[in-house]
Ligand binder design. Structure first.
Ligand SMILES: NC(=O)c1ccc[n+]([C@@H]2O[C@H](COP(=O)([O-])OP(=O)(O)OC[C@H]3O[C@@H](n4cnc5c(N)ncnc54)[C@H](O)[C@@H]3O)[C@@H](O)[C@H]2O)c1
Length: 258
């Protein structure tokens, strides 16, 4: 578990998708360290359960298991399980994303385009659709959609990914307007290149990911760490960001400042 925090999420319950690895795993660990009960939802159900078990072993509150965000029923099951376990929900984090092959629109397979939209964008819709009624019941809450610096800049060969991430920023803005009166804040968290399996698999190794993507593309000269992104998520989930909604928290090491 991450270092004990300042209890900024005491008595809160959260569900996080894509929680088995990378940024999602760092987010659930940071939330638990801040006192939240966290439901770890992931396509890799066994890994999500293991993340939750490790949090419990460290004294935190966590459960988790299989969830495919492409399926509205699967997300509903995860939300229901979280509500049953924790008595309600206050925080939703739609973080799962799929890897899409690099290709121009001309060359991208229809199936890869559809998969990117289904996981990255419709997956967030599913979590919000089933989770927001519980936030309303709780009298308010915080919704965080993990977008990307690619929501605001283009990247060659990344049409599907950039489109889904731009879509999430718009989705957050509209939900912020729709649910402000319910006491629900909705924001995006936009990491830049972050040291996770997503980049390691694309570049072949952690070292090559740093050399080929971290160093040259980020003015701070390196990839971000999942724990750095998790700090942003804690901020967005906690009352420290109480006057922030419909906004994008960009944590990209200067990538898009050029
Ligand atoms: N790593 C980066 O450089 C970077 C940069 C900007 C934005 N992001 C965003 O941050 C988020 C997390 O990225 P990451 O680097 O930790 O990715 P990752 O690939 O390391 O982890 C993604 C997690 O999502 C899960 N997942 C994939 N498809 C799923 C599905 N259908 N249902 C449920 N879970 C599913 C995977 O099993 C995995 O545990 C993503 O939204 C990604 O787009 C990452």
């Amino acid at each position: 578990m991450a270092d004990a925090g300042a209890n900024r999420l005491a008595d809160k319950a959260a569900i996080v998708t894509g929680a088995a690895r990378g940024i999602g795993k760092a987010i659930v660990e940071a939330f638990a360290a801040e006192g939240a009960a966290v439901w770890c939802a992931d396509l890799h159900g066994g890994e999500a359960e293991a993340v939750a078990a490790a949090i419990r072993a460290g004294g935190g509150k966590a459960e988790g298991g299989y969830c495919d965000v492409r399926s509205t029923d699967s997300v509903l099951d995860a939300v229901d399980a979280a509500v049953e376990a924790f008595g309600g929900l206050d925080i939703l984090v739609a973080n799962a994303a799929t890897l899409t092959p690099a290709a121009t629109v001309e060359d991208l397979d229809e199936a890869d385009w559809a998969q990117a939209l289904a996981v990255n964008l419709t997956g967030a819709f599913h979590l919000c659709k089933h989770g927001i009624p519980h936030l309303k019941r709780a009298g308010g809450g915080s919704v965080i959609l993990t977008a990307s610096q690619m929501a605001r800049v283009g990247n060659p060969g990344s049409a599907a990914y950039c489109t889904t991430k731009g879509g999430l920023v718009q989705l957050a803005k509209v939900m912020a307007l729709d649910h402000a009166a319910d006491g629900i804040r909705v924001n995006t968290l936009s990491p830049g290149g972050t040291a996770t399996d997503r980049l390691f698999s694309r570049h072949g190794s952690p070292e090559r990911a740093e050399e080929e993507w971290g160093k040259p593309m980020h003015p701070l000269g390196r990839l971000g760490r999942p724990e750095e992104m998790a700090k942003g998520a804690v901020f967005l989930a906690s009352p420290e960001s109480s006057f922030m909604t419909g906004a994008d928290l960009l944590m990209d090491g200067g990538y898009s400042a050029r």
